[in-house]
Design a protein around this ligand. Structure first.
Ligand code: ARG
Length: 589
């Protein structure tokens, strides 16, 4: 039964509508808002009655009567004024529970035809320090990548480092002025460049760019020299890149983000010329202010003005600016490398879909890149290009998360901060000095805190709440699994067939079904928040069960074995859900 239960029921209702001569587009079913009464509800009789000028209650009864064939699976009742309620029978629930016990992955709906997807996330910039603003893309991207794999798709993750832009020229120009590069220019010895050097030099250069025009020009020129692989600029660039990438890799490793491809903007360089030629051959590029551009606006179109926050109403301006294929000095820009990268990906992997997990502020950039690539035929018509855009991670004051003194926080510092919170909590539980465990919990807290929100919105990064072992948090869910683990260890006997024998056991299986259903929903929406909510609900339904039912001291052997299986099932379901979110499940906490 590789099908969402809600979809299964929906199909049956649709079928009944057709059979009764109603429009099947009027059929609908949803999870019940009152789980204590029923599991699903169909409110379609109301609309139908209005449309046909009939009595709603009569229609509801008529539909319910036809659905009686499902009585093995659902208890159906009709409540005035015209609600049709469905409650899954214990028989149906135990059937699903035992199937899930066997292999829960088999119950998760997956796309009919697996596809090949490239996921572009991470995207850290070489020579720049990683800060909190770089947290969301790897967290969301990694989870989407894992979800795609669970769906049976071939997923290729590419970190797509920012390594071909002006920051490279800026950093080199500043390092030169500060006497680090004399050796490269044959004027003596180089001064050692460390990560700390880069952390000082780039911000310095970035500030200077705004005040010092000559410096800005020089940085542009050096960027072009790097892109043309002119020495010693190219060697300097490569040395800086290597140093910086080591640090970036270590950060992503700590976050548990894995990339199949460690490519960057620069990797697409060999494809730039070919891509540009395609635009020229198709006669769709033109020169504007010395730059080579392609017009991507469509008739009568308003283009979105960058929002300050995702919740602010959308305002528009006209027209959509063209995408810049070559800058005024013939250098490659951000759109150039992204378009060339699409060409490269299509020549290497020909993916059905490319997913970009990038900040919402870059929405217009992706509209331009996607349209330009389609116009040129660099991205085939049927290829799906998706920008999964996310909002800002804010502090409790509702503004972008900063230190008390108003500086942006380094990524490493934020990881350390939340990890030490986890250490405190562990200490209270009698576990000390386990850094690895504290990191699993800290990163889990951060990831769950992020993914449980709708990605496109801003969210408040609340360290205390996120790292709590109670409530809707990563650690609470991890803790539930750890508790089950020790219970199963103590039991010393294996489980048996699951029997639904109480409201508590019923509640667990209903929530398990909702969890299994949520994977496909998340896949369709490119969002993880439904999965986060569902795994939390499962964990809390387990807590209710655990508080009310004595598993280990149960005298009835059959019951005890059923309980043990139920525990194992919940644990496996949590492990799978957290694993999909990119969160580890420790055995003990
Ligand atoms: N390096 C970019 C930035 O920091 C993000 C890269 C996103 N991916 C892409 N293909 N443009 O803004």
């Amino acid at each position: 039964m590789k099908l969402v239960v809600k979809d299964y029921l929906f199909e049956k209702i649709e079928h009944v509508f057709e059979k009764l001569g109603f429009d099947k587009n009027d059929a609908g079913v949803s999870y019940s808002g009152r789980p204590e009464v029923c599991d699903f509800q169909c409110n379609s009789a109301f609309g139908l009655a209005k449309k046909l000028g009939k009595n709603p209650m009569e229609l509801a009864n008529m539909i319910a009567k036809e659905l009686e064939v499902l009585s093995d699976e659902f208890e159906i009742s009709v409540l005035p004024p015209a609600f049709i309620n469905f409650k899954m029978t214990d028989k149906f629930l135990s059937k699903i529970a035992n199937l899930a016990l066997d292999n829960q992955k088999n119950l998760i709906k997956t796309p009919e035809k697996p596809i090949k997807v490239v996921l572009d996330y991470g995207g850290a910039n070489v020579a720049k320090e990683l800060h909190v603003g770089h947290l969301r893309s790897p967290i969301i991207g990694e989870a989407l990548c894992r979800l795609n794999r669970l769906m049976g798709n071939t997923a290729i993750s590419d970190v797509h480092l920012g390594d071909w832009g002006l920051q490279m020229g800026l950093t080199i120009a500043q390092l030169e002025d500060d006497g680090y590069l004399d050796g490269y220019f044959g004027k003596g010895k180089n001064k050692e460049i460390t990560l700390d050097t880069l952390n000082e030099e780039y911000p310095k250069a970035s500030k200077r760019k705004k005040e010092d025009d000559a410096f800005h020009k020089k940085a542009e020129d050096y960027t072009l020299k790097v892109q043309r692989k002119i020495e010693p600029y190219y060697s300097i660039y490569q040395d800086i890149r290597e140093l910086s990438v080591k640090r970036i890799a270590a950060n992503y490793e700590t976050l548990g983000c894995h990339f199949d491809l460690w490519y960057g903007e620069s990797t697409a360089d060999p494809y730039v010329e070919k891509a540009i030629q395609i635009f020229k051959d198709k006669n769709i590029a033109r020169i504007s202010d010395g730059a080579l551009v392609v017009d991507v606006a469509v008739e009568g179109e308003n283009i979105p003005i960058e929002k300050k926050t995702p919740d602010e109403p959308q305002r528009y301006k006209n027209p959509m600016p063209p995408a810049i294929l070559k800058k005024h000095n013939d250098a490659d820009g951000y759109a150039t490398t992204d378009i060339a990268t699409i060409l490269m990906r299509n020549e290497h992997d020909a993916p059905d879909k490319i997913v970009y997990v990038v900040d919402f502020r870059q929405s217009m950039h992706f509209i331009q890149v996607f349209r330009a690539s389609k116009l040129a035929g660099i991205s085939p018509k049927e290829q799906e290009l998706v920008h999964v855009s996310y909002g800002t991670m804010n502090g409790k004051d509702g503004k972008a998360f900063k230190t008390r003194s108003g500086e942006t926080i380094k990524l490493e510092d934020i990881i350390n901060l939340i990890t030490s919170k986890a250490e405190e909590k562990l200490k209270a539980n009698g576990i000390e000095g386990n850094k690895k465990l504290a990191l699993q919990i800290g990163v889990g807290a951060m990831k769950y805190g992020d993914l449980s929100n709708i990605a496109s919105k801003d969210y408040v990064f609340d360290i205390d709440r996120f790292s709590s072992f109670e409530g809707k948090t990563g650690p609470y869910i991890q803790y539930t699994a750890a508790r089950i683990n020790s219970l199963l260890e103590k039991a010393g006997t294996s489980g048996g067939e699951i029997v639904i024998d109480s409201p508590e056991t019923r509640n667990i299986i209903v929530n398990l079904i909702k969890l299994l259903d949520s994977y496909y929903v998340c896949y369709q929406e490119n969002s993880l928040n439904a999965l986060c909510l569902a795994v939390y609900n499962l964990a809390s339904s387990f807590s209710l069960f655990y508080n009310n039912i004595r598993v280990l001291t149960e005298k009835d052997e059959k019951k005890k074995k059923s309980y043990l299986s139920l525990c194992a099932l919940v644990k496996d379901a949590i492990v799978l859900a957290l694993d999909t979110l990119g969160i580890e499940t420790p055995n003990r906490m």
